[in-house]
Design a binder for this molecule. Structure first.
Ligand code: SF4
Length: 330
């Protein structure tokens, strides 16, 4: 049984230090933490979700979404059955919030083999919240790297800085959800914390990892242009104006029943964010192919048609016409 990390015993209490929820248990307890992937059994920390994969499928990397990381590649994607947030608009709620979700156990060596035997460039930990799978990722991602593959995290960013710093060394690329510019939104709709997510973004932006950000626009909740401007300012200032932003269309799911985001709202959001950021894309709407256009000379560097990708307008991540750095890993 894998030894759990980030548990601390204080007197008669166990506390999990992996994320800001800080779940606690009495030393005689048997129960899961909020995320249902970690817990305490008979007074001893354990990892009930270790290696339990909700799904294993090969996806285009654009679907994660990552538009500036190995464009046109495919990646084996999986995730745990649980989450440390509880977004009432969760697009994957049946596996993130459901009880007794069917999983398939895959050992870390087997996962690494699958990742590199399937025409994929590596492994994407995604679908639910992968950071709560900390130990499994620590055991599998280095094996993928040993075999020449990459590891990607698609995360809500709700992780404490110390474990995040440990993951940075073994993960190549991240997509972090930035769900709102309002901490009240995070508390009311997600059971999360905006300051924690911003800290995560800053740490990743300062690291060697590739970083992209996703913002899901929900009508009546976070479709506030003044907040978009503040978010754009912050991203440009703290993470850099070449930070890649995906603005995604909301569809009603789980508990929130708002109507889908109007297309005009998404177009307006792209205009607002593009005043500060050089690489802004619309997702989930079919309006934006995801072409990468050089911000300096307007050369078409990478063109996309569905998941068909042509990269003949760039050279090793730089614009082939003017040589500008495109914040693009190839
Ligand atoms: S990672 Fe899971 S068990 Fe640990 S504090 Fe967060 S929700 Fe609780």
């Amino acid at each position: 049984m894998r030894k759990p990390e980030w548990f601390e015993k204080d007197g008669e209490t166990w506390r999990c230090l992996l994320c800001p929820r800080g779940c606690t248990w009495g030393t005689n307890s048997t129960s899961y933490g909020f995320c249902r992937v970690r817990g305490v059994k008979n007074g001893v920390p354990y990892l009930p979700g270790y290696g339990g994969c909700v799904s294993l499928s090969i996806d285009p990397i654009e679907k994660k979404p990552l538009y500036h990381f190995l464009p046109g590649s495919s990646i084996l994607s999986t995730g745990p059955a649980g989450c440390n947030m509880s977004c009432d608009f969760c697009q994957n709620w049946s596996i993130s919030q459901g009880k007794n979700v069917p999983v398939r156990y895959v050992s870390p060596p087997d996962l690494a083999l699958m990742a590199m035997n399937s025409g994929s460039v590596g492994i994407a930990y995604t679908y639910t919240e992968p950071t709560i799978w900390y130990e499994y990722i620590c055991d599998s991602a280095p094996l993928v790297r040993e075999k020449g593959g990459v590891s990607v995290m698609v995360s809500n960013g709700m992780i404490n800085p110390e474990p995040l710093n440990q993951l940075i060394g073994i993960i190549d690329a991240w997509n972090i959800d930035l769900k709102s510019w309002s901490d009240e939104f995070y508390i009311e709709h997600c059971g999360g914390s905006l300051p924690t997510v911003l800290d995560t973004l800053k740490i990743l932006a300062d690291s060697e990892c590739h970083l992209e950000v996703t913002f899901l626009v929900i009508p009546g909740e976070n479709d506030i242009p003044d907040e978009w401007k503040k978010m754009a300012d912050w991203l440009a200032h703290e993470c850099g104006d070449d930070t890649v932003l995906h603005i995604s269309r909301y569809f009603p799911r789980y508990k929130l029943k708002s109507h889908p985001t109007p297309v005009e709202t998404l177009i307006h959001a792209k205009e607002v964010f593009s005043e500060k950021l050089n690489f802004v894309y619309l997702g989930n709407v079919g309006l934006d192919s995801g072409d990468i256009v050089c911000p300096s000379c307007s050369n078409l560097c990478v063109s996309r048609n569905g998941f068909e990708v042509k990269t003949d307008g760039m050279n090793k991540g730089f614009c082939s016409a003017c040589g500008r750095d495109l914040n693009l890993r190839v």
